[in-house]
Design a protein around this ligand. Sequence first.
Ligand code: TRP
Length: 340
Amino acid sequence: MEEKKERILTGHRPTGPRHIGHLAGTLTNWVRLQDTYECIFLVADLHVLTTDYQHPDQIYPHTLEVVADWLATGIDPERATLALQSAVPEHVQLCLLLSMLVTDARLHRVPTFKEQVQQLGLQPSLGLLTYPVLQAADILLYQASAVPVGEDQLPHLELARELARRFNQLYGEFFVEPEALLSEMPRLPGTDNRTMHTSYGNTIFLKDTPEETTRKVMGMYTDPTRLRATDPGHVEGNPVFTYLDTFDPDTAAVEELKERYRAGKVGDVEVKRYLAGVLNNALAPIRSRREEYIRQPERILSILESGSRRARTIASETLDEAARRMGLRVRFPLRAGNPS
Ligand code: TRP
């Protein structure tokens, strides 16, 4: 008999095409996790609205882009479940139930909330404040035991754990308390050496052409203390070498290049040309699969539809039991648009 696998859940907000930071930091890891876990990958479109509700035209194309990029990097809909958050109404329902178990003051202390408020320069909405409650619902609905995330998401995971504990305390042991599964890869810097972020214009997208990729690499930040190719250069903290460490399978060649760089025996231009070749090689198969998918939106939608349907069977069972435990005992089998 096949061993029952542990379930993990993770997701991205559909904020635009994925870049090499997502590839190195999360997607490569997700693809690997499919071998050992039952994986649910969530397109968190409701979460986009917490900050971007003024751009309703973007969510749909961004959803297609994100899923095309996931599939292109090796997320496999035959083995994993790809679900669309807004298509599974139980996310919103559990979010509301869980919101009873956390104080307003606790949510104001979530560091990501404080950061967002500073960045936005807007009056934060109630939806933004409850962002981590919705995320907790995403996770708890599937009784996921682990959540692969980056460091930035740890405060949200902590809240999900608190909510699970609080619920279990009040209504009896029910929710699985999820563990963070931190990715081991260090965060990839942007081409300008700041944090890589789409809004900074310092990313290389998986969908970029070889020419765009090369152009972005040739404009990369390197060692600012080095004025001439004959000056000894710094490899540490130099994003060009961080990218090589991440993407070049030929570690011996990278070591040799680093030696020459430190000794002032190779120029930035040559190193960048080499890196452009490495990246274009690594991205070529992803690009061609991505192009295939993006040309067939109906195929992407059908993957999301069947994934969401599968997700919903789990989610509705969890929600029913959670609601029942909280005292909502009357559960009619009503269907929308089906009078009589
Ligand atoms: N907040 C996550 C991010 O911005 C996305 C997300 C939504 C998520 N729901 C989730 C991640 C559930 C893990 C589990 O990246």
